[in-house]
Design a protein around this ligand. Structure first.
Ligand code: 1HE
Length: 266
């Protein structure tokens, strides 16, 4: 029930973008290069995230072929001067900010290599689902470079500075179970089931009030960066905004009139 997205999104040759109306599925389409992120690919990702069709309530991102993403396209990493090195990293930051702080939540379906910039992309998403085949690494140290796609900011917030230091210094690679134990992924599924699980979760997310989802995406990470006193105040403001929407009024009424579902064990 997914059909190709129209307009601008149909013209991105390194991505395949499809929609079912509520869920937008963005697939990395460079399998011959293990979905390595070249400059055109990072630009196309940015374009896709800021041009979601009207009605999109959640996004799923996946990778074509054997791997989710092999990170930075190393064939493009020619000697850059310092200025263009900064600009290049900032281009990645802009694209991944559009993922993390866009309009709707993003679910990543992960399989095979999720390494370097691929892990940075995954860490900008809100929910991560890993298949058995998924593995996680940060080979930047071995390549003589450093993370530049927001990894130093986002990955320690998921797994802690200590684990990230280990991944980078020793070249340690986590398998899917280790990734889950470390906090990199919230869901683990068998090979071949990642995309369907991600779509199922995205559809569930899409049924929430958009303002509640927006609050989760935008307020939670900021509150985590604030002091307790600032965080509590931000929370009160966000709660008041969400409560005042017609959506909230209707959903609360629906529950009290027994028209809405109860909380059930899954
Ligand atoms: C690539 C890349 C790439 C594959 N850039 N071309 N990332 C890395 O250090 C990871 C490097 N890649 C690998 O370790 C492996 O390719 C994989 C484990 C991901 C996959 O292995 P495999 O056996 O399935 O594929 P392959 O045979 O290694 O690769 C197939 C082709 O993709 C081959 O090119 P071909 O022309 O010989 O067919 C590879 O060269 C090419 N390829 N990965 C360019 N990454 C903003 S800062 C972010 C910093 C980083 O991300 S650093 C980490 C970079």
């Amino acid at each position: 029930d997914f059909t190709p997205a129209a307009g601008l999104l149909a013209n991105l040759d390194l991505l395949r973008v499809e929609t079912d109306g509520a869920v937008l599925h963005i697939r990395l389409m460079r399998p011959a290069k293990r979905n390595a992120i070249s400059d055109p690919l990072i630009q196309q990702l940015h374009t896709a995230f800021v041009n979601q069709p009207e009605g999109t309530r959640a996004v799923v991102i996946s990778g074509e072929g054997e791997h989710f993403c092999a990170g930075l396209d190393l064939s493009e990493l020619v000697a850059r001067d310092i200025g263009s090195g900064v600009q290049h990293s900032r281009m990645w930051h802009a694209a991944f900010d559009a993922v993390q702080f866009g309009r709707v939540p993003v679910v990543a379906a992960l399989h095979g290599a999720v390494v370097g910039g691929g892990l940075e992309l995954a860490s900008a998403c809100h929910i991560r689902v890993a298949e058995d085949s998924a593995y996680f690494g940060l080979p930047e140290g071995q390549r003589g470079i450093f993370v530049g796609g927001g990894g130093s900011v986002r990955i320690p917030r998921l797994i802690g500075v200590s684990r990230m230091t280990d991944l980078m210094l020793t070249g340690r690679v986590y398998d899917a179970d280790e990734g889950q134990a470390a906090g990199l992924v919230q869901y683990r599924v068998r090979d071949g089931e990642g995309l369907s699980k991600a779509i199922e979760l995205a559809r569930r997310i899409a049924t929430n009030a958009p303002m509640s989802n927006y609050a989760v995406m935008h307020a939670l990470p900021r509150i985590a960066d604030q002091s307790q006193s600032e965080g509590l105040f931000t929370e009160s403001l966000m709660a008041a905004v969400a409560e005042s929407t017609p959506d909230a009024q209707e959903r609360l009424r629906a529950f009290l009139e027994k028209r809405a579902g109860k909380v059930v064990k899954s």
